[in-house]
Design a protein around this ligand. Structure first.
Ligand SMILES: Cc1ncc(COP(=O)(O)O)c(C=O)c1O
Length: 377
């Protein structure tokens, strides 16, 4: 398969870049003793799990289907967490997970009898402190429903728990800031942690970011786990797949209304939702900071403000030209939707050998099927 012949839009996952991230994960594990479970909410493209699986210890999930997917396609340890389980969810999930982590003491009390003897029991705690750029993604925000606050804890609960989970980071590239959070947790919850077998520190620790001091992170994790005599886990998502994947699109039109907008055959709302939700412009491989030709890279959805970014190019863009939207793996493929009936990007992986493997493609039937399967007659 030749890349230039593939029809846009498509995602291209680069195995070599993925392995570079995974090697950093391996180093972190070796230096610290931490176990790493892939956060499926961020990346669930199981067609490349053969690349990731040898490096990580398993998966963690945020809903019942992710648990099943992790169990079926990844193996290793299967952690199950949900902000809110139904009784049916708990019954299904308890059969296949290794650890069941409840979000509240009320859910724990209601369903622990279903899990007892099948999986280890965990509870999410909310440390009340966090590192997150935006309030929307801040687990410690005011009135947060995510986990149990320190002053709400019934200490007796720890006598019958195996572990706890904290998640309080979002794209944290600052190791010192993470260590400060770890210290805060140790001070606030240390007496409880000492009774447990494991503690998960959640995701959002960007240890694959260029220049990140992995050794410093590893030392802090090791010290913490020795102090409280617990097996530590991290739940990386974005750190594993960051900078591995392009969303490749074509310019289908160029319009001008005071500024030039190149309209591409994709939309943030359908194919790269976080660009819109978090108002974080995408980067384009072909752009050039000092280029004289400025364009809005506009989506082909009907939403007026739907655009990938505003950026400059050395040469004017042409219709039919391809653009590579960088860093498009995390929280993209898991959030694809059919808004506007746009064509869904195919998903490919470029192996280290140079070979291109097709992992998925979608057609009109998938769109139609996602809307109804039966007509009311
Ligand atoms: C509980 C939990 N674990 C892990 C993650 C993964 O985070 P990231 O992809 O930033 O590493 C998240 C993200 O929201 C989360 O809520």
């Amino acid at each position: 398969m030749n890349k230039t012949e593939l029809k846009t839009p498509f995602f291209m996952i680069d195995e070599e870049k993925l392995i570079a991230n995974l090697e950093k994960a391996k180093l972190l594990k070796e230096l610290s003793g931490v176990k790493l479970v892939l956060a499926l909410k961020c990346f669930s493209t199981w067609g490349v799990f053969d690349i990731i699986q040898p490096y990580l210890d398993g998966t963690t999930s945020s809903g019942p289907y992710e648990v099943k997917l992790g169990y079926e396609t990844f193996g290793g340890e299967t952690h199950a967490y949900s902000v809110g389980y139904s009784e049916d969810d708990v019954k299904e999930v308890a059969e296949i997970c290794d650890k069941m982590i409840f979000n509240s003491q009320s859910q724990l009390a209601a369903y622990r009898h279903i899990v007892d003897g099948k999986a280890a029991l965990g509870l999410r705690l909310n440390p009340g402190v966090s590192y997150a750029g935006q309030d929307l993604a801040n687990p410690a925000r005011q009135f947060s429903r995510l986990g149990v606050q320190a002053d709400h804890i019934d200490p007796a609960v720890f006598d019958t728990l195996d572990g706890v989970m904290f998640h309080m980071n979002c794209e944290n590239k600052d190791v010192d800031a993470f260590v400060a959070l770890l210290d805060a947790i140790s001070k606030q919850f240390g007496q409880y942690l000492d009774k447990l077998e494991w503690v998960s520190l959640g995701g959002g620790v960007f240890f694959t970011w260029p220049g990140y001091e992995i050794e410093k992170l590893a030392l802090a994790l090791k010290t913490f786990s020795e102090k409280h005599k617990v097996q530590l886990y991290l739940e990386p998502g974005e750190a594993i797949i960051t900078k591995t994947t392009d969303l490749v699109v074509s310019v289908v039109d160029i319009v001008e209304n005071e500024v030039k907008t190149a309209i591409v055959d994709s939309a943030t709302e359908a194919h790269r939702l976080d660009t819109l939700i978090y108002d974080e412009p995408a980067s384009i491989a072909e752009a050039s900071e000092n280029g004289k030709h400025q364009y809005v890279i506009g989506s082909c959805s009907c939403l007026a403000g739907d655009q990938f970014c505003v950026t400059q190019f050395e040469q004017p863009l042409k219709i039919g030209q391809r653009l590579h939207i960088l860093d498009s793996a995390g929280y993209t493929m898991v959030k694809l939707n059919w808004f506007n009936g746009l064509k869904m990007p195919s998903i490919y992986c470029q192996r280290q050998s140079g070979e291109i493997e097709k992992l998925n493609e979608f057609g009109y039937d998938d769109f139609k099927r996602s809307l109804s399967q039966w007509r009311v007659s």
